[in-house]
Design a protein around this ligand. Structure first.
Ligand SMILES: Nc1ncnc2c1ncn2[C@@H]1O[C@H](COP(=O)(O)OP(=O)(O)OP(=O)(O)O)[C@@H](O)[C@H]1O
Ligand SMILES: [Mg+2]
Length: 285
């Protein structure tokens, strides 16, 4: 175990650098610091949301947790053991649905189970249960092209849940969805999280989404990514019938996170890292 009892996930002084190839404009080989000396602990069962300006290293952080890359320095630990690669203890859901187009819904979900030593029938049962969990009962035999964006993302979530990972890593999973579908999937994710005691690390660009879903919101600073703030969200008991988003406490937290993020985006602009266009997209300076 690490020195910090109970920390399920622990990032300790993590720095991640990327080597940049020389280009015509930048003839020297350079190093880009995506994350700098970042330390963060996530207790088991927590729902942590992660926000930060574009390029602040959010996906880099998730890739490290998923074992898709290794830190340049520092340590990434799960239950005290260094993350050495991808593993079935961690499920990843990406922004794009990443389904196999030639496999049915059911076969997309059983895919992750094929290494697991379950019989064919057990795999199929497990997949059906998880499809039901995300509201896709009756769609087992459809192919991805027959599904809406929201349904595809449900399949991706069901696939990650099917092998019962202790940790769910989600990189802007609802960003491509319309507002109504997004809110519906937020509800379902919260329901599943409560029912399964999974630890969730959820990246989003949506401040409202971060405050709505997270027990804590981690705010990354603009490049190089460091932990700027951790905001505890305490919204009390959630009644399905009340409009939580108009609760004064919700409004307060949203403003707090907005202010933290806004400062960072301005800092990045001042530093010439990026220019935000009027439509909200950004362009390298
Ligand atoms: N494989 C790589 N090689 C070189 N640079 C990389 C690589 N992956 C990421 N980067 C750089 O690292 C920085 C952080 O990237 P990352 O994708 O983690 O940001 P992000 O916070 O997820 O941004 P966004 O909100 O736009 O998704 C960026 O400047 C990016 O260009
Ligand atoms: Mg990203």
């Amino acid at each position: 175990m690490s020195g910090h009892d109970g920390a399920h996930i622990e990032l300790s002084h993590v720095t991640k650098q990327f080597a940049l190839r020389a280009t015509k404009d930048q003839p020297q080989n350079r190093t880009l610091v995506a994350l700098h000396d970042l330390s963060l602990q996530v207790p088991r069962g927590e729902f942590l949301t992660l926000v930060g300006p574009s390029g602040s290293g959010k996906t880099t952080l998730l890739d490290l947790l998923g074992g898709l890359t290794r830190p340049t320095s520092g340590r990434v630990l799960v239950d005290g053991a260094e993350v050495a690669g991808p593993g079935l203890d961690r499920g990843i859901v990406f922004q794009q649905y990443a389904l196999f187009p030639w496999r049915t819904t059911l076969a997309n979900v059983t895919f992750g189970l094929e290494q697991g030593g379950l019989s064919r029938r057990e795999r199929s049962e497990r997949a059906r249960d998880n499809l039901a969990l995300v509201g896709l009962e009756g769609f087992e035999d459809r192919y991805p092209h027959e599904l809406s964006g929201g349904m595809k993302q449900r399949v991706a979530i069901a696939r990650s849940l099917a092998y019962q990972p202790g940790i769910l890593l989600m990189d802007e999973p609802f960003a491509a969805l319309d507002a109504q579908t997004r809110e519906q999937l937020q509800e379902e994710l919260l329901r599943i999280w409560r029912a399964t005691d999974t630890t969730v690390v959820f990246i989003t660009h949506g401040i409202e989404e971060a405050v709505y879903l997270g027990q804590r919101v981690a705010v990354l600073s603009s490049r190089p990514g460091q932990l700027k703030a951790l905001v505890d969200i305490d919204l009390g008991e959630r009644e399905a019938t009340t409009d939580l988003r108009s609760d004064p406490r919700f409004v307060h937290y949203r403003h707090e996170v907005w202010t933290l993020l806004h400062d960072e985006v301005r800092r990045a602009q001042d530093a010439g890292h990026l220019k935000i266009q009027p439509d909200g997209t950004e362009k390298a300076a």
